[in-house]
Write a protein that binds this ligand. Structure first.
Ligand SMILES: Cc1ncc(COP(=O)(O)O)c(C=O)c1O
Length: 309
């Protein structure tokens, strides 16, 4: 049985989080003296002299409406990269615990694990770039805390088998993280719908890809309130800056523009695949559910060097 308390690191369970008077104050006020800000204003104009909302409540409410989840099911990170790092730090004891990765996949899972001195057990994807379920089930041990699944996968572009993911959610006593950074380009639905069924599921998405806001650094974790409370305990208090919160709120109103951009990328993806197929040195172009295409060439190094030039 999945037991969140049991898999949370002891020092994190016992951690008394940083708190400021503003967390405790719930009204409207014109004067704030608790955070040693510049009370006379800001060189940047607006309200930039004030620290931003640490829990980004307005933004979460807006995202909740769009994604049809509760605002309390949302955690925001300084890019999904921060979410990945916080999950490792919350649940994996350095030098003791491990995580499962399925290469070829997004490189930051391993870098973040290595940085935290957490070992990665690598179970390569099968020949179709899908989860090698039997081998993953085989390598899980008592120190395995997290399984990272990237779907659509970077760099192969395909979605991972949902039945295999469900099997892992049911069998594994740790947390299954499904990184859906490229979900908006996919024909299949997000796994957010499974959140009510599985307490050990974390779905990651980001504003960096289809919504085109990589520079603002905002990633999202959708999960249950208990896991979110742990992430909130250990995140830097003001991890999403005020400019990013304001800008994303503004941009989320432009729904048509977003849909148009997604369709444009999907159209280009198709054209690129068709043109790549025609080249004499292309061995295979793989179907993609993302904003990139994986292709196999007769001499990959030559093509890489040519393109790099
Ligand atoms: C699968 C995947 N997850 C996460 C990220 C990072 O996203 P963010 O910009 O939100 O940190 C990337 C970026 O390339 C990615 O490919």
């Amino acid at each position: 049985m999945f037991n969140l308390n049991k898999i949370t690191r002891k020092n994190i369970r016992n951690l008394k989080p940083y708190s400021s008077a503003r967390d405790e104050f719930k009204g409207n006020a014109k004067i704030f003296l608790d955070a040693n800000e510049n009370a006379f204003g800001s060189l940047g104009g607006d309200d930039y002299n004030r620290y931003p909302d640490p829990l980004q409540l307005k933004l979460k409410k807006k995202i909740a409406k769009i994604k049809k989840v509760g605002a309390e099911q949302i955690f925001l990170g300084n890019g999904s990269d921060e979410v990945i790092d916080l999950l490792l730090r919350a649940f994996c004891n350095p030098g003791i615990d491990n995580v499962i990765l399925m290469p070829p996949t997004y490189g930051m899972y391993k870098v973040a694990a290595d940085t935290n001195d957490i070992s990665s057990i690598e179970v390569p994807l099968n020949g179709d770039f899908d989860i090698d379920l039997e081998n993953v089930l085989d390598v899980i041990n008592e120190y395995t805390k997290l399984i990272f699944i990237c779907s659509p996968n970077n760099p192969s572009g395909n979605r991972m088998n949902k039945v295999s993911i469900i099997r892992l959610l049911e069998y594994f006593h740790g947390i299954v993280i499904v990184d859906e950074a490229y979900i908006d380009y996919s024909d299949e639905k997000s796994l957010i719908d499974l959140l009510g069924t599985y307490a050990n599921l974390v779905v990651i998405q980001t504003f960096s890809k289809a919504r085109g806001m990589a520079s603002l650094r905002v990633g999202i974790a959708f999960t249950n309130e208990k896991i979110i409370n742990i992430l909130n305990k250990i995140k830097p208090p003001y991890n999403i800056n005020g400019l990013s919160q304001d800008k994303i709120l503004e941009v989320l109103k432009r729904k048509t523009h977003f849909n148009d951009m997604v369709e444009l990328v999907k159209d280009q993806r198709y054209k690129l695949s068709v043109e790549l197929e025609k080249l004499s040195f292309t061995e295979r172009v793989y179907p993609s559910q993302a904003n990139f295409v994986l292709a196999k060439f007769t001499d990959a190094k030559k093509i890489y060097d040519y393109l790099a030039q």
